[in-house]
Design a protein around this ligand. Sequence first.
Ligand code: ZN
Length: 144
Amino acid sequence: MRYNTIRIRAHGGITMNWLRNFMSGRYGTDQLNLGLLVLYLALCVLASATNLILFNLIALIVVICAFYRMLSRDHYRRSQENQWFLLKMQPVFRWGRQLRQRLTDREHRYYRCPGCRQMLRVPRGRGKITITCPRCRTVLTKKS
Ligand SMILES: [Zn+2]
């Protein structure tokens, strides 16, 4: 009985060591890998919605890329890729931040200028107001 317990523990230790050795020096995960995972899930949804094998194929390539990056030992290149990704995603992050701000802001109303697409913010509850765009001087009348 006691002998068995010791054996199981030793076996578990070997598995842990193997895993530790296998994972040591590997790059692991970052924002780009998280992005790839999101893309993978989106492709899976697309594949089941459209029944197109092409989406399954792309999803498979995406998940292989994610694993390759995770297990890679070339940290420099992987972090370069991640930096590139973060740079490219900046407009998306900014848009998300702005959207969240607009949805939680109870004190202002937001309008897009029809002349130059600039976002305009006005205080709420002032009745009918005339807004002059500070960038292109387009005048619009809105109910705030
Ligand atoms: Zn404007």
